[in-house]
Design a protein around this ligand. Structure first.
Ligand SMILES: [Zn+2]
Length: 253
């Protein structure tokens, strides 16, 4: 079964064993480079226990990631500190233009407020956009008028990454071979495919990492809520427990 926490751990191990250095997106923006480098990015669309488990596991494995939280979480000091205390980067996953229904000035004011709230707990230096595929507004249009760099923000992957230098993978749709329609990286996809950089399952990725055919520089976006705890284990546990109870009942009566 793919997209389980166990599978994610296996992926991290494979990358570590192959010598990939895990750098946060802020560090990447500051010019941190390595021969093999991965920016592990987590967009927290929905908060689940698996998000904390992944944060804790990465810490245990000695790797850093960048976590992006939406507006509903910017005031949660407990949540934000949980990741900061474990050495991760925390940033803002914005969608203010959608929330403000296209009103750029209101959206920007809202954006500033949200970043300020997060900054009470974390040194917020980078942001990522929440895609809001069903909305007719595109939150990155805010940056036609305003400049997030004036707020001391050094990175937004849609603008501040040269995608000819770094490969992009995202777990959209429980597979690795999709790209959200609002992602600027979409235009690089065919060039990557021509190089054979096509992966569907996490096992495909792990195999390529182990064989050495995997790109040496990449940003990997995952949505931890999609990496559920191993459901089958859980179902099996229930069934086994149910059978035991059933057998017990028969013999006890
Ligand atoms: Zn999102």
């Amino acid at each position: 079964m793919d997209f389980t926490i166990e599978k994610y751990e296996e992926l991290i191990s494979a990358l570590k064993d192959a010598g990939y250095e895990f750098v946060t997106y802020a560090e990447y923006c500051e010019g941190h480079r390595a021969d093999r480098l991965v920016v592990m990015r987590h967009d927290i669309d929905r908060l689940e226990m698996s998000t904390m488990r992944i944060g804790r596991m990465e810490r245990r494995m000695g790797v850093k990631a960048s976590y992006y939280f939406r507006e509903r979480h910017v005031c949660s000091k407990f949540l934000i500190s949980f990741f900061v205390d474990r050495g991760h980067e925390v940033g803002y996953h914005y969608e203010d233009l959608v929330t403000e229904k296209g009103d750029v000035d209101k959206a920007y004011a809202r954006f500033v407020r949200n970043v300020d709230k997060m900054r009470q707990v974390a040194d917020v230096r980078t942001i990522t956009m929440h895609g809001s595929p069903t909305s007719r507004f595109d939150s990155k249009d805010m940056w036609r008028v305003y400049d997030y760099k004036k707020l001391g923000l050094i990175g937004e992957p849609q603008f501040d990454i040269d995608w000819s230098e770094i490969f992009y993978l995202t777990d959209t749709g429980r597979s690795w071979n999709g790209v959200s329609r609002r992602d600027k990286v979409a235009e690089f996809k065919s060039a990557w495919e021509a190089k054979g950089w096509v992966y569907k399952t996490t096992d495909d990725v792990i195999k390529a990492v182990r064989e050495g055919s995997f790109p040496k520089q990449l940003m990997m976006t995952t949505h931890p809520q999609r990496w559920a705890d191993n459901m089958w284990k859980w179902v099996k546990e229930l069934v086994v427990q149910g059978v035991k109870n059933f057998v017990k009942r028969i013999y006890m009566n």
